[in-house]
Design a binder for this molecule. Structure first.
Ligand code: SF4
Length: 169
């Protein structure tokens, strides 16, 4: 069975979307409407194009220098099922997964949707929260406003409470 993801764009070698050298996938479709959003072209649910996750995975496998893969957007959790499946393939290859979301982690948990939980389970680093223009800060690692957090999901699972990543400045 083919699993498709609607994407806006791909950055095959990014150093601004998480640790190391990353293959970044910008998903299409976002409900958050953050004022000052830098990716308004990702909002339309019908924009962008559909791609097969097997094709994305093949391209990821072609680059031996990658540290991991980043899901950005748009809102990746709108397409949690195919992304979780792709993330599992990426983990099997020994790469890590960073996921951005305009939702807060607590909100994703409280919604209790199985596909959301599945993508969270397959995420090593979660960068959460909407972009808030009044809290914009250009000095922050990998995020645009100071309400957003870089969450170490492996430690969060281990300790049963939110543990921020050491890069959360
Ligand atoms: S969540 Fe991201 S893509 Fe969506 S409106 Fe906010 S800043 Fe833009």
């Amino acid at each position: 069975m083919a699993y498709n993801i609607r994407i806006s764009d791909i950055e095959p070698e990014s150093i601004v979307d998480g640790r190391g050298l990353r293959y970044s996938i910008f998903t299409q479709g976002c409900p958050h409407q953050c004022e000052g959003c830098h990716n308004p072209q990702t909002h339309d649910y019908n924009g962008g194009k559909l791609v097969d996750i097997d094709d994305l995975y093949s391209e990821i496998c072609e680059n031996p220098l990658l540290t991991g893969v980043t899901f950005s957007g748009g809102e990746p959790f709108l397409q949690a099922t195919p992304l979780a499946r792709l993330a599992r393939m990426i983990h099997d290859k020994g790469l890590n997964v960073t996921t951005y979301t305009g939702f807060y982690y607590e909100k994703l948990l409280s919604l209790g949707k199985s596909d959301y939980l599945e993508l969270l389970e397959q995420t090593d680093t979660l960068i959460d929260g909407p972009f808030v223009l009044e809290r914009k800060d250009l000095e922050l690692n990998f995020r645009g406003s100071s309400n957003q957090r870089i969450i170490d999901m492996n430690k969060t699972r281990q300790y049963g409470k939110i543990v921020l990543d050491e890069l959360n400045n």
